[in-house]
Design a protein around this ligand. Sequence first.
Ligand code: AGP
Length: 609
Amino acid sequence: MCGIVGYLGPRETVGVLMDGLRRLEYRGYDSAGIAVFHGGKIEVRRARGKLRVLEEAIAGESLEGKVGIGHTRWATHGRPSDDNAHPHKAGSIAVVHNGIIENYLSLKKVLTESGHVFASETDTEVIAHLVDHFLREDFPFEEAVRRALGKIKGSYALAVLCEKEPEKLIGARNESPLVVGLGEGELLIASDTPAVLNYTRDFIFLEDGEMAVLSDGKAEVLDLEGKRIPREPKRVKWNPLMAEKGGYKHFMLKEIMEQPRAITDTIRGRISEDRSEIIFEGLDSDGKMVKAINRIALVACGTSYHAALVGRYLIESLCRIPVEADIGSEFRYRNPLVDEKTLLVTISQSGETADTLAALREARKRGARTLGICNVVESSLSRESDYTIFTYAGPEIGVASTKAFSTQLVILYLLSLFLGKRTGYISHTQMDEFIGELVRLPHLLEEVVRGHKEIERIGRKYVHAENFLYLGRGINYPIALEGALKLKEISYIHAEGYPAGEMKHGPIALIDREMPVVVLATKDDTYEKVMNNIEEVHAREGRIIALASQGDKEIASKVEDVIFIPPTVSLLTPVLLTIPLQLLAYYMADFKGNDVDQPRNLAKSVTVE
Ligand code: AGP
């Protein structure tokens, strides 16, 4: 996620902006910039890289000014570069933005045809040109912003400056947080309170579809029709460190809780209006790729490998192309059957995992087409793949992967529909149904997240166990593996994921009261078999924690604890099941007093083999 700071007041603006951007660095970024009203015009300074590069760029300059905006960029549309860094300027307007403008290409086309010249690959620059366009039609600054926002589809948190009205600073929010800070004789805008806690603790938290106009020492909140909205400021009591975590105790918990938003952002702009198409800009637009391949190899490590295992079920179910899923460190040592008819799909949050990159390079050598699924623009994986589909999860700070994983699953679901449409295996009706379920997913996830207190209770109850077994069947089997990995890596409790159908082939010997068994028992075509496995464990006095479908009246009598999840198509159930397992691991690790965000011996990105 990008970071935004804006300032209007008597202090030296550059200092306030840089201080605010430093306090937003934890969010992760690849470039930064500021815009200050100085000497009768807006001066913009931007630089790819860390803030110190920007500091060097402005060192020695005396950019005095009483109003300005600043930005740290986490690239989504357009690679990290000086030109793509914010603020973006058009005419007398400068803008910084956090979010995704879904219709930026169509807006850019219209604006270009009317003479606007673009200097970047970003969606954000379109906003600057739109506001400038209405300004040139003699609308006042505030009205020009409002009219521009009326043309935009997508998520935004914005701060906007105008040379014609330099005593004014405008913010706006839609599905991307933005706060207004009310200081003593000074006003601030920020994407998150930590950026400006030094100057005030009194904030107005904008709601979706609202603008804030800061001028003459006061902040007015309006809707997009220009109607003023009375809004009382709230006093924030968090210290800056707590504020960085949005008030959550750990980044991991914050990132678990923001998965509905991460999945909404990842889906955004990738479904056609009539729900007949999945849109991956520039991928196989002529349909030739799908016709040219006869197999797909999914390669990843750790949690991303578990996503690959789910991806195998999804792709084979929805497009009937043979799929293999491999662990990165194993793939290239088994002399894999890879050639020009193979599509190699690598999955990686960081895009820097050495074993995954090595597999990618091996496959390229053998002539495979390569597709990456990644969370970091301009990462090695994205630069070395023929095509990359980005998960818009935003920076993932916690070492344990959570929102990156669930957004990987969503991309794999979208990719399966994309391929299935091209192989002709999915009908228009089916596409509409599958997309309909996907669009509901964020709301279902919100419901699952709301159940966190019950999961915390269960975590506290079993935290002293020394071993866990996680069981799942079919597309949920990889989620059993993922649940076990989450528990292992942050609570240091030994846990093993296993196909439920394998119990009789060994693991049932382990069952006793000391080893809780987590069973994924949602209603699908394996439910009866899973219930048999539950009977087997129950008969040997095993203690079972079941994850089941809401409305299942049978399961509670056979297990010790149940976590219910809302029903959806079985192909999307893995996304819903993952969150309770993430929370279970989180609460047990936290009860044990572990460093949840930085577990012992682990790194966020394993860049060595
Ligand atoms: C998962 O919680 C771990 N952090 C780890 O298994 C991770 O998924 C693995 O190292 C792969 O990382 P990547 O997705 O960045 O390639």
